[in-house]
Ligand binder design. Sequence first.
Ligand SMILES: Cc1cc2nc3c(=O)[nH]c(=O)nc-3n(C[C@H](O)[C@H](O)[C@H](O)COP(=O)(O)OP(=O)(O)OC[C@H]3O[C@@H](n4cnc5c(N)ncnc54)[C@H](O)[C@@H]3O)c2cc1C
Length: 470
Amino acid sequence: MQIAVVGGGITGLAAALRVRQRAPGAEVTLFEKTGRLGGKIHTERADGFVIEAGADSFLTRKPRGVGLCKELGVSGRLVARQAQHAGTFVRHGDALHPLPEGFTGMIPTRIDSLTGSALLSPGGRAALEDEESVPAPEDRREESIAEFVIRRFGREVYERIVEPLLSGIYGGNGERLSLDATFPQLRDLERRYGSVIRGLTASREQGVIDAAPPFVAFAGGMGELIEHLEARLREASIQTSVEVVALEPRTGGGFVLLLGDGAYTEADALILATPAPATARITRAFDRELSDLHAAIAYGSSVTVNLAFREHDLPRPVGGYGFVVPRVEGSDVVGVTVASNKWPGRATEGHALFRVYLRAHGGGDLTCETDDALIRAARRELNETYGVAAPPMLARATRWPESLPQYTLGHAGRVSRIRQRVAAHRGLFVAGAAYTGVGIPDCIASGEAAADEALAHFGVADREAPSATA
Ligand SMILES: Cc1cc2nc3c(=O)[nH]c(=O)nc-3n(C[C@H](O)[C@H](O)[C@H](O)COP(=O)(O)OP(=O)(O)OC[C@H]3O[C@@H](n4cnc5c(N)ncnc54)[C@H](O)[C@@H]3O)c2cc1C
């Protein structure tokens, strides 16, 4: 049984590992277009700094992040945010306001903490406090996140709190993102309790809301996860710098894969763990509708800029984990993480590391800008908020074109149609951030589910994945 996995990001690696764990006799080949595994997980270690170019942490609430780390025997390497620096802020004008406690993961866990926030005007607070009296609609029309939040909580809560947090997670526009495809649990609370606040209170009383810190990272950066996966996959064939450009069904089952250098290879089953634009290209000649459905999934681009300083070059100590910037502020900066405050071991003693997250405010594409322009924009933000004027001792700009899938209105319908088209091709499976979750635990779960489907296709009996030892 030959299984090919296309894409060496976390989704493809998790899929390949699952096949190896459940069917050690299977021949697994993973094709990765670039010279490096990890995709949007990319850690650089330089001059004592741990620099995250892409993802820097993951949610513990979704089981497959921590679950995979346990199976790899590396959960001891996970670190929580440094409690002594706790605090996230929202920039409003030139001032940083504390983000109300209980609202850090976009899904509020403590609405009561919002009522005292200086971020909201008296009118904004009144709208928030009225949420319990807003009736749930009778129809089940699909709503955008903005429509839902504004309808229930008022415009200020959306613009000043929810939208900037959303930008950090989805890099997208809440007016276009589908609530059902992104945060169905909010709609569910409204339906079951008639009010999100009432639903949250009930969930807290029933102990459903976990008060534990929601995010974890690797001590040496998220790249550690990729390194552990690569080590565990040494018996699979991992081919980097090999692009899959097209595929063709084989008579009698399986696929012929056309590679970037013109060569061909074959597989009995194929897991496409590529972002939707790449999947659209690979499937173009093979199934036009499947390709078009993937092409219809919009993607947002973003840029990260990491800047390191000597602490004595900062005009004053910087507190907290960082801040987010609401779109109404008109800035290209979406948020700033004080990485050396947030996570242990990110900078050597006496140094500070900042990560600035940028996305074109006017809807353009910052990934076309030069490093200098991007670094200048990031430094301007640090200067305006923290008064940092000194030149950084290290600066890195990383571009992420077409990197964040946008689950816009109609997304669930598109995904369901994709599933139907994929099922029409025996031995073909798709996985990744494009479908039902963009976070790392979602991608792991998606890759593993595709591997399970591929094994079921070969009649490999369903069983729990073995838990590996260190
Ligand atoms: C800047 C940024 C910050 C983020 N921060 C977080 C975070 O903190 N926490 C979190 O949970 N999530 C975060 N995310 C989201 C998360 O990192 C991604 O959704 C996830 O890593 C995607 O994994 P993937 O394997 O599905 O795709 P990718 O990581 O995109 O991997 C796909 C791989 O396929 C390869 N490929 C593409 N086409 C081909 C082809 N034709 N042939 C062969 N290979 C191909 C690509 O080169 C790539 O390596 C962030 C995303 C970005 C962009």
